[in-house]
Design a protein around this ligand. Sequence first.
Ligand code: ADP
Ligand code: MG
Length: 252
Amino acid sequence: MMTLLQVESITKRFGGVVANSEVSFSVDEGQIVGLIGPNGAGKSTMFNMISSIFPPTEGSILFCGKKIDLLPSYKVAPLGISRTFQNLQVFKNMTVIENVMVGQHMRTKQNLSGVTSMLLGITRKERKVYEEAMDILRFFNLESLYDQKASSLSLGKLRLLEFARAYATEPKLLLLDEIAAGLNHSETSEMSELIKRVRESGVTILVVEHDMDLVMSICDKLVVLDQGMKIAEGTPKEIQANEAVIAAYLGA
Ligand code: ADP
Ligand code: MG
């Protein structure tokens, strides 16, 4: 099994706040790994460093064996790391399909004004991008909404669109930050099925999620953070029986 992501003794300080303290873990190719823990544990901060939004204070992050923690984020995305945001980052004034095309653009390097001409299907290449975008929408059960403004979508559909946009970049590693937050029971089951289908399509996934039924049913491995420190790592079964995790998080 190849190690895709290796987080080595990462510490992040914001002034006096220690958001992550000497955290180490790895993600193997093909795995779904869950990063869990109470609010303020440092989960989003870890995602921000893996996607190079800001660098760690200490430690290093390796992706496919290469050090990426000092790269600017525009150089990390083309290596094959994509993410969703806890506070959604869809373009509200664009349609559903245009949002997916923005994701495709990250890899096809088509210029953004091209999105409009793509919709007119001017060249065969542009037509292909449009058809691929429709395929992605079908994969996420969003095809009937393709021409709707993102601003008109429900929270559940917005979360699917955020996921679809990140998937459209064809990442090797996808980081999902609270992708099921605020979803009802049936939307959460749909999300769970989609995450598994995305993994089957060859994408490795790291998830931050509070819905423990979801996390326990889809993850191969869990890493537990509390107050910036890693307090446990193991299979869902091991984590559910771990005394330190029950005291810090699961017992609450
Ligand atoms: P989680 O995602 O696990 O809820 P976060 O990573 O968002 O936790 O936050 C961990 C800690 O780091 C919190 O105390 C938070 O206030 C702090 N923090 C996160 N981002 C910043 C930032 N950009 N500037 C200052 N403090 C931050
Ligand atoms: Mg967070």
